[in-house]
Write a protein that binds this ligand. Structure first.
Ligand code: NCD
Length: 334
């Protein structure tokens, strides 16, 4: 892949050799993990490995580019990691982070916001929006790439990439992984994206651990079944203890209070499960606990001191992974 201006290179004498590989991401929208192949994911992972180990240097490679961050929903990790990633690659950042102080508060449409940001010369837009379909709509509207940073309860593909990257870097593989997904599987957008990406790997087994009201959506389950992913639904506490020893990873999610159509339903399921040291005592010692964060009360802070706690490392991986992704999307095809 020819380096973009500023030159992403392997580290080493004389700044190292320019990177050479086929860039399947150049100019592409990242809207759904349904659009990503195993090869796509592996390309991002190998570049991220290079960034993490310092064998690849991307600093300055996006000089002269403009990355727009439009966040119409609260965010800590996703916004900050995209911001720091874009800046450290040398890009300029345009951002709408507080919709209350932009024209969105006056009723400006997503169409108009996207068109206007494009008009200011943005080279790509990272979009977080409460509506399902918002990222796809923006991608159809804009002529520059759209990176979905969360579209309602629908998808969160860059989170799934960093989740799978974390699994691969901790276990050494994704094929054959046995993962329990626990909590709000119905309204969480990280769950569908993670499921779609995991379906690209072979021998994966997923345990959906949630009360019936929060079980995974039919469309997700269907997609996985059609691709031969082994699934099991688990609800009862006894059954959770029984499956714990089978798991390599336990992926915990927050109950998405803000997405419940009916607050009384939320009251019925809040606090359904808590992952604590007692529950983990049923698991293998190597089990990794993941969480996209923020957590509320579903993951006890007592887990933080255990070697099972992977979630802070998982969050940290967001930075090198998003650097790699921005580099690829804004780079040349090679
Ligand atoms: C998640 C999100 O926004 O979907 N957070 C994140 O991006 N790391 C999870 C959540 O809000 O529960």
């Amino acid at each position: 892949m020819p380096p973009v201006e500023g030159g992403a290179r392997e580290s080493g004498a004389e700044g190292g050799a320019p990177l050479t590989f086929k860039n399947t991401f150049a100019g592409r929208d990242i809207v759904s993990c349904r659009d990503l192949s195993r090869e796509d994911a592996e390309l991002v992972f190998s570049l991220t490995d290079g960034v993490v180990s310092n064998s690849v240097r991307l600093e300055g490679s996006l000089r002269g580019k403009k990355v727009a961050l439009i966040f119409v929903e609260p965010s800590t990790r996703t916004f900050q990691s995209f911001y720091v990633a874009a800046r450290s690659l040398g890009a300029e950042v345009l951002s709408i982070h507080d919709p209350e102080i932009s024209s969105i508060a006056k009723g400006e449409t997503l169409y108009d916001t996207v068109k206007m940001i494009e008009g200011y010369g943005a080279d790509c837009i990272v979009l977080r929006h409460p509506a399902r379909g918002a990222a796809r709509f923006a991608a159809e509207t804009a002529s520059i790439p759209i990176i979905n940073a969360g579209s309602g309860s629908q998808e969160h593909p860059t989170q799934a990439l960093l989740d799978c990257y974390t699994i691969k870097s901790k276990i050494g593989r994704i094929d054959g992984v046995r993962i329990g997904m626990l909590g709000d599987l119905r309204f969480s957008r990280t769950i569908p994206s993670l499921c779609y990406l995991l379906s690209r790997y072979s021998g994966v087994k997923i345990f959906f651990i949630a009360p019936p009201l929060l079980q995974v959506r039919r469309e997700v389950e269907l997609y996985l079944s059609e691709r031969g992913v082994e699934l099991r639904r688990v609800a009862e506490t006894d059954e959770i203890r029984e499956v714990m020893p089978e798991l390599d990873v336990l992926y915990v999610t927050r109950i998405q209070k803000e997405r419940f159509p009916d607050p009384t339903e939320y009251e019925r399921v809040k606090g359904s499960y808590v992952v604590d040291a007692k529950l983990l005592s049923y698991a293998r010692s190597s089990l990794g606990v993941m969480h996209p964060l923020p957590r509320v009360d579903e993951l006890s802070p007592e887990v933080d001191r255990l070697s099972n706690a992977w979630y802070f490392e998982q969050a940290r991986n967001g930075l090198p992974l998003r650097k790699s992704l921005l580099y690829l999307v804004l780079g040349e095809a090679g």
